[in-house]
Unconditional design. Structure first.
Length: 179
């Protein structure tokens, strides 16, 4: 199973956004494969190894986009992985890069931004940091992601460490967080 240089895996559960981004990358000469969950990502990796991946941080299901980043990086250390999110934070950006992403972009980002990010080989210290204080929901979301990463994305163990019921954690992960 060889890495396909112009194959891009798009991990996004927003159908309209995924369709738009796919078409844009296809016009630029990429072959695009889509997935909406960690299970689908693993299925794609059984068939091929993309050279590029764009991963939304918040996807449906029990696993976050960070679990997808970890699985993709494990499959191919050479894969150029860019994380997209509407819930940008320093903590999740650092965690995404630690897990193998080459860059982290806040939505809205377009194809030009993503292609430029694929070219990043080192972290960007010039990132604008907002003086706006984080909301309680954002802080909660960051803590959930931090604990999930610490536990290897084990939902039961993360829920235990967070002091909540497993189903409560799963419901929180299914909801769209407002920052």
């Amino acid at each position: 199973m060889d890495t396909e240089e112009r194959l891009l895996l798009l991990v996004e559960d927003d159908e309209a956004f995924a369709r738009t981004l796919s078409r844009s990358f296809e016009r630029r000469g990429y072959r695009v494969v889509q997935a909406t969950s960690l299970t689908e990502v693993q299925g794609v990796l059984e068939q091929c190894t993309p050279g590029f991946a764009v991963v939304d941080l918040k996807i449906k299901g029990e696993a976050s986009g960070l679990a997808c980043v970890q699985a993709l990086h494990t499959a191919s250390g050479a894969m150029r992985i860019v994380v997209l999110t509407g819930f940008a934070s320093i903590a999740t950006a650092v965690e995404a890069v630690k897990l193998g992403a080459c860059h982290y972009l806040a939505k809205p980002s377009n194809t030009d931004d993503i292609e430029e990010a694929f070219g990043q080989h080192a972290g960007n210290t010039e990132v604008q940091i907002s003086n706006r204080p984080s909301s309680i929901k954002t802080l909660e979301w960051e803590r959930i992601h931090e604990v999930l990463a610490e536990t290897g994305f084990n939902i039961s163990e993360a829920a235990r460490r967070l002091g909540m019921h497993r189903r409560t954690l799963a419901r929180k992960m299914d909801k769209r967080q407002v920052s």
